[in-house]
Design a binder for this molecule. Structure first.
Ligand SMILES: C[S@@+](CC[C@H](N)C(=O)[O-])C[C@H]1O[C@@H](n2cnc3c(N)ncnc32)[C@H](O)[C@@H]1O
Length: 376
């Protein structure tokens, strides 16, 4: 079967690398939208459980050209839905159209639904479907007149790991936080410190990486409710991941963070606990101007700061973002030999920071253009 690991713009290569690392077959990085791979249900489950930077794992049911609604209808109806969907399956449809003749998502959604119902009617000899059983979310996306029909195996996006139940002022998506940690060049064992950690997402994702904790370990995926998957095999894969974490959690961890806002630190403490990491991550209320070598962070070992400072994407908070950029520059100067990685939408960041970044990478957080800057 062919699968797509969908990922945000700019994260396609990283998703492809992670899939190869998991041993998936025929991995192909897409220009937009993620990476493809081949395998069975168990492989898709492993991808759901272990991929840190992608949003969903989709099962590709068909790909065909359609410039008319008739072609779309026939293409969707030709799919052997009954092979996977039981008679009582729920099959909601979401549609997306980009640069195509068919550009109305609501019409595409309606036609695809009608085509599926027609197929199910002839397969099950029934003309009424209760849709009260397991949910098979169908995704119909049309790009350059090519339709991809896929089933969402993940359910809630993979950024939802299950540990974050409260949001701070500008929470960071877990998948983005994990990507920033992986791109930073930090290696587990080295100290890692987030001087404006908010609700603790970067710290928790780094700890998961260091302790070999599968990001999806404690959450459920939509495919687990499907009758067609090999349930025992999936349970064995989850049990193996649990064992890996049991072993991994014995490793030493040198991860800590602080934030000027006491409420954010309270939330971070709750999240750390919910992530099963109570007592493993140092947290304190502190202005980053007061983070000092020796007291908060090791003075001898060289480590990495990773920061998601206030964004500065709106005029009213650009001044605050500039001030924080300046403070981050001063922080790195207090810690010779430490690397500092920061991402924000503030394009004046480097000027305020006081030097040019060694490396930078552009990406989008939603519609906001941002830069991830690494200062060696
Ligand atoms: C974009 S949020 C970080 C969100 C965080 N990554 C999360 O996942 O929740 C920016 C954080 O910087 C903190 N902050 C702003 N100025 C600060 C300062 N001078 N020292 C420490 N923290 C500061 C804010 O309180 C806020 O929590």
């Amino acid at each position: 079967m062919k699968w797509i690991a969908s990922a945000a713009f700019g994260m396609e290569g990283m998703t492809g690398r992670d899939l190869k690392h998991l041993g998936m077959g025929n991995v192909r990085v897409l220009d937009v939208g993620g990476a493809e791979f081949e395998g069975g249900f168990a492989d898709a489950f492993r991808a759901n459980l272990w991929l840190r930077t992608c949003d969903r794992i989709m099962l590709v049911m068909a790909q065909f050209e359609a410039k008319t609604y008739e072609a779309l209808f026939q293409g969707v109806k030709a799919i052997e839905w009954e092979k996977l969907l039981p008679e009582d399956a729920g099959f909601p449809i979401r549609a997306k159209c980009v640069k195509s003749q068919l550009m109305s998502p609501s019409d595409v959604q309606k036609i695809a639904k009608r085509a599926m119902v027609e197929r199910m009617k002839s397969a099950y000899g029934s003309d009424w479907f209760s849709e009260t059983g397991a949910v098979f979310q169908v995704d119909v996306s049309i790009r350059n007149d090519v339709v991809t029909v896929a089933l969402d195996t993940s359910g809630e996006p993979l950024s939802k790991r299950g540990y974050r139940t409260w949001n701070g002022e500008a929470p960071l998506r877990e998948t983005l936080a994990a990507a920033r940690v992986l791109l930073s060049g930090w290696h587990p064992g080295q100290p890692l410190y987030d001087p404006c950690c908010g609700t603790g997402t970067i710290l928790i994702e780094a700890a998961f990486i260091a302790l070999n904790r599968a990001p999806g370990l404690t959450r459920k995926f939509a495919m687990e409710a499907w009758p067609c998957v090999p349930h025992e095999e999936l349970e064995a894969i989850r049990a193996e991941a649990r064992k890996k974490f049991e072993e991994g959690r014995k490793r030493p961890l040198n991860i800590a963070g602080s934030d000027i806002n006491p409420e954010a630190i309270e939330l971070a403490q709750r999240h750390v606990k919910q992530a099963g990491l109570a007592g493993r991550i140092g947290l304190s209320v502190k202005d980053m101007r007061d983070v000092m070598p020796g007291t908060d962070v090791s003075a001898e070992e060289k480590g990495v700061f990773i920061a998601n400072p206030p964004y500065g994407e709106r005029l009213d908070n650009i001044r605050a973002a500039h001030a924080v950029a300046k403070q981050l520059g001063a922080l790195q100067r207090r810690f010779p030999g430490w690397k500092l990685c920061a991402f924000s939408a503030d394009m004046g960041f480097e000027k305020e920071y006081g030097r040019r970044a060694t490396r930078r990478r552009r990406y989008y957080n939603g519609r906001i253009e941002c830069e991830y800057r690494i200062f060696e």
